[in-house]
Design a binder for this molecule. Structure first.
Ligand code: GRF
Length: 204
């Protein structure tokens, strides 16, 4: 791993964004002029096109190469190792997961300790897991939101860096509520990443 961020060396920090889908958070991170040095995905997806359009180095590590099939066991450790090698080869200082749909093995969190961030579409600690938005609808809450946190081996846990609330409106569907939450994420996540980069690598 590049040590630029952790040692305070003068080289600019290098951010990797991990995504699996639409990539609207990635787009917001790029628009905020954050130092994105790599976009890594676990499948072919729109986030890849965004990276290419912005001339940002992009890598697909397709989890199917590691035997991924829904609801069966697969080589998650091998996949995580491949992701880690890519991040290390590209001298990445900070990783931002933005809709990355594969749970990584614990080893990566030890190697990149406190250097992996995540955005989650709920007000953690409520509604952990991949179905946070339907959980909020089922719980009939009036308010939900998004959380930016440091990622740890325990899913959707770790120190909270930023949160924003979003109203749940009558007639909301999963899609309408998620889009409202994503609008908040696109505002909060880039700002939280910028603040965190300053925290780990203060400018001289
Ligand atoms: C976000 O809501 C994120 O919290 C969740 O997946 C969504 C990604 O959206 N894990 P996008 O691909 O950035 O548009």
């Amino acid at each position: 791993m590049s040590t630029g961020a952790s040692t305070g060396s003068s080289s600019p920090p290098r951010l990797a964004v991990l995504a699996s889908g639409t990539g609207s958070n990635l787009e917001a991170i790029i628009a905020a002029d954050l130092p994105v040095a790599l976009v890594l995905t676990d499948r072919s997806c729109h986030a890849m096109d965004i990276a290419r359009r912005h001339n940002i180095p992009a890598a697909v590590i397709d989890r199917r190469r590691f035997g991924f099939r829904p609801r069966t066991s697969w080589d998650r450790a091998g996949f995580t190792k491949a992701v880690m090698s890519e991040l290390q080869d590209r001298r990445i200082d900070l990783v931002a997961m933005a809709g990355f749909m594969t749970v990584l093995e614990g080893t990566i969190f030890a190697t990149f300790q406190e250097r992996i961030l995540n955005t989650h579409p709920s007000l953690l600690p409520r509604f952990r897991g991949h179905d946070a938005v339907p959980q909020a609808l089922s719980a009939r809450v009036n308010v939900t939101g998004c959380t930016v946190h440091i990622a740890t081996p325990a899913l959707d846990s770790g120190r909270i860096l930023a949160q924003a609330t979003v109203p749940v409106l009558a007639g909301d569907t999963e899609a309408s509520l998620h889009e409202r939450i994503k609008t908040a994420e696109r505002r909060v996540y880039p700002a939280a990443i910028r603040d965190y980069l300053t925290e780990i690598a203060p400018s001289p």
